[in-house]
Design a protein around this ligand. Structure first.
Ligand SMILES: CC(=O)[C@@H](O)[C@H](O)COP(=O)(O)O
Ligand SMILES: NCC(=O)COP(=O)(O)O
Length: 253
């Protein structure tokens, strides 16, 4: 099972000053040296954290899998910050960089963070051609999905290689202790349906050192988790190498 480290929050710290510190490339390399199996970024049109140029720079040097996440419908946007290039649009960026994996996420451009999976009853006809194009470019595709069996079966009809289960509801149930068994059963069933449909299974959002061991041990067929927010906070407290080692242990690696 792969640990893909999301660098969004490192870029957020950098963007709070006109600086290159922390250096995204150096941080990515430290993650890799500490045992990260992949690097994930989620560029947004306002470039609040990961910028298009970060994606270009990372694509040029990464020695592990590069996963670019985002809304395929997010178009070009002029930068409002001096010295920062314009955002070219999500699909334009992915077409140019051809990462190992592209995870399509139905975020609105103004969302605080990702907070829902695709509604493929509504958007399946839009998503399927994009999946076909990306796969034709040699890019593994993944769709950001809620743990909804009907939606996951629709995801398979798009031709996508994988889905990424949106795990915020599991993280919330783990924190509160409310309905944890029921919520976990929902995720197990979602994973089973993904396997029935021949879909690879990723997961992410609000995973952390507390909730990850149970999820990683008991969700069948899990291939990759992408983690950023909690991992970055843990690294401030524990140090990056120790943190990545802890997440690898939580994955049973
Ligand atoms: C899709 C998802 O759940 C996360 O990968 C996303 O990248 C979080 O985005 P922010 O880091 O902007 O909250
Ligand atoms: N796809 C999930 C991701 O990349 C990171 O999500 P989070 O750990 O920052 O919540």
């Amino acid at each position: 099972m792969a640990l893909s480290v999301n660098l969004n929050k490192i870029a957020l710290i950098r963007n709070s000053r006109d600086t290159t510190n922390p250096d995204i490339i150096q941080h990515a390399q430290m993650c890799i040296d500490a045992g990260a199996d992949g690097i994930t970024v989620h560029p947004r049109p306002d470039q609040r954290h990961i910028r298009a140029q970060d994606c270009v720079d990372l694509a040029g040097v990464l020695t592990v899998e590069f996963n670019i996440e985002g809304n395929p419908m997010s178009g070009p946007r002029r930068s409002e910050r001096a010295g920062v290039g314009d955002y070219p649009g999500f699909m334009a960026l992915v077409r140019e960089l051809r990462p190992a994996q592209c995870t399509l996420v139905p975020d609105g451009d103004g969302q605080l963070t990702s907070d829902h999976g695709f509604d493929l009853k509504r958007d399946g006809d839009t998503v399927a051609p994009l999946v076909e194009e990306l796969r034709g470019l040699g890019i593994r595709t993944s769709l950001f999905m809620d743990p909804d069996p009907e939606q996951i079966r629709l995801a398979a009809q798009t031709g996508t290689d994988r889905i990424e289960l949106y795990t915020e509801s599991y993280a919330a149930a783990y924190r509160s202790g409310e309905n944890l068994d029921a919520v976990f059963t929902q995720f197990r069933r979602a994973a089973e349906v993904a396997a029935e449909e021949g879909l690879g299974l990723n997961a992410g959002h609000d995973l952390d050192l507390h909730n990850l061991p149970h999820f990683a041990a008991d969700i069948p067929g899990l291939l990759e988790v992408s983690i950023g927010h909690a991992l970055t906070v843990d690294a401030i407290r524990m140090g990056l190498a120790a943190t990545i080692a802890a997440y690898r242990r939580a994955l049973g690696k």
